[in-house]
Design a protein around this ligand. Structure first.
Ligand code: G6P
Length: 471
């Protein structure tokens, strides 16, 4: 069995402190890696991913027989592809993150963007080359009749290309993002839309995180390729859940306890917390979250000095100017709130930007309210993780545009992510909820959040693909 994704379970940086040429391995971030960590050390599975930077490329050069050292990967068998750096940059930054991510999350400011010009066509050729490199590596690696699970918007063309090379394989594709409705998908040039849909439909089965995204995909197939185009491809839905056992155990390790003590000191005695943890990602809507919190402090002075917004916003995709600008905007708004409302003994927003998993878990444990307000999100695992980990049980303020909304809506304070006033009111209600009710709701949220933990989520997909095979 093979898994293919752009980002793998590990990425390397060259560690200057440790002497020239020493490599430091780190776990990759984001929902895809969290979900797929469930493959564990299954001896039959090989995870094929791309080298993302100089550290990764050096690791590939040193890799024994193409596989990374298992000590670095948590026992997984990982083959990293050293695709030409310029081709990868165009495919990843240019097409995947600046076009496909924007389309599926509906992030374009359409009077100005997108513009499909000669530069776009050049980058598209790189996206094709990068997908071809994956298809060829998978074709070479796969045993007769193997199952291949291709992940996400980076690799939409792989199923079609791989099918042409190896008709014996069983191919699945899984999207960790939303899928755009046909009207928005229609922003893309016609031939590009066709190539994307045909590429995906090369799979025996395509699957999504929620019914809503699966339906949008089906509608796009009908709009772009005509009704009946789906005939050879099955569609599935697998709502990835949080890994409750792992999170509960990991969040009681000494390094998390240490960070809790440090965070408590930053927050101050007896204060309530509104916690959010995200990649600093345009779709996560961090700035409007801060504006809603500011509105709360303005409209409800009784919360001043009594609440702290703990916001962890970890830099992401910093090669793209729009992400760098967004990161700066998050910092600016947080500072504005602190200088407008802060006092000698109270910092209203505690913002941290250095990625630290143990500190994220410490914040989860201290959460009274979790704020998850994305503009659009495939699932959002943070919404599922905080209720599982929070010590006293948390209230969840949740965007109706997150995939997690479908499973968590009953016990969440649901908001329109663009409506800052509504979000501020929801924060007030969440903070005001009696302790007993909050604990009860949090328990129900945690149960719903862990209904399909990663290991089962993964096996479900594999089983569904194998069942197709035998029928
Ligand atoms: C989302 C995507 C993943 C991606 C992750 C992190 O979860 O669905 O494919 O890996 O974000 O983004 P990055 O660009 O850093 O890989």
């Amino acid at each position: 069995m093979l898994v293919a994704s752009n980002r793998g379970p590990v990425s390397y940086t060259v560690d200057e402190d440790e002497g020239a040429g020493s490599l430091r391995a780190r776990r990759g971030g984001g929902g895809l890696v969290s979900g797929l960590s469930a493959i564990g050390s299954d001896a039959h599975a090989v995870w094929v991913c791309a080298a993302l930077g100089d550290g990764d490329r050096e690791a590939v050069r040193r890799a024994d027989g193409g596989l990374l050292p298992e000590g670095d990967t948590g026992g997984q068998r990982v083959r990293m592809l050293d695709i030409d750096a310029a081709v990868h940059a165009d495919a990843y930054n240019g097409i995947a993150n600046s076009v496909l991510w924007f389309v599926h999350h509906m992030l374009y400011q359409t009077p100005l963007e997108p513009v499909f010009d000669a530069e776009f066509r050049r980058q598209w050729a790189s996206y094709e080359a990068y997908n071809r490199a994956f298809a060829e590596a998978l074709a070479e690696e796969a045993a007769e009749g193997a199952a291949v699970l291709v992940q996400d918007y980076h690799l939409c063309l792989v199923p079609g290309m791989l099918r042409a090379l190896r008709p014996d394989l069983r191919i699945g594709h899984f999207s960790h993002t939303p899928w755009a409705p046909p009207e928005y998908f229609g922003l893309l040039p016609d031939d590009i839309r066709e190539q994307l849909m045909t590429g995906m439909l090369g799979a025996d089965r395509v699957a999504f995180l929620t019914r809503r995204w699966a339906d949008a995909f089906t509608a796009c197939c009908a709009a772009v390729l005509g009704p009946g185009s789906l005939a050879g491809t099955a569609i599935g839905v697998h709502g990835l859940g949080a890994d409750g056992d792992f999170l509960r155990a990991r969040s009681h390790e000494p390094d998390v306890e240490e960070r809790m003590a440090a965070l408590r000191a930053e927050i101050g005695e007896g204060r309530r917390t509104v916690v959010r943890v995200d990649r600093t990602e345009l779709s996560k809507n961090i700035v409007r979250g801060l504006l809603a919190y500011r509105q709360l402090l303005q409209d409800r002075p009784e919360w001043r000095e009594r609440v702290v917004h703990v916001a962890f916003a970890y830099p992401s995709r910093q090669d793209l100017a729009v992400y760098r600008d967004y990161t700066a905007a998050v910092q600016r708004v947080a500072e504005e709130i602190n200088s407008r409302y802060g006092t000698a003994g109270w910092t209203p927003v505690v913002l941290h930007v250095k990625d630290d998993f143990a500190r994220s878990l410490a914040a989860y444990r201290l959460a009274d309210v979790a704020l998850v307000n994305p503009i659009r999100d495939g699932m959002n695992l943070v919404a599922k993780e905080i209720p599982v980990v929070s010590d006293q049980g948390c209230a969840l303020v949740l965007s109706r545009e997150a995939g997690a909304y479908e499973e968590l809506r009953a016990d969440a304070f649901v908001v329109n992510p663009y409506d800052v006033l509504e979000t501020a009111r929801a924060l007030h209600e969440a903070l005001s909820m009696p302790d007993g009710e909050r604990a009860e709701r949090s328990k129900r949220l945690a149960a719903a959040a862990t209904a399909l933990p990663p290991a089962q989520w993964f096996l479900e997909q594999l089983r569904a693909l194998r069942e197709l095979q035998s029928s």
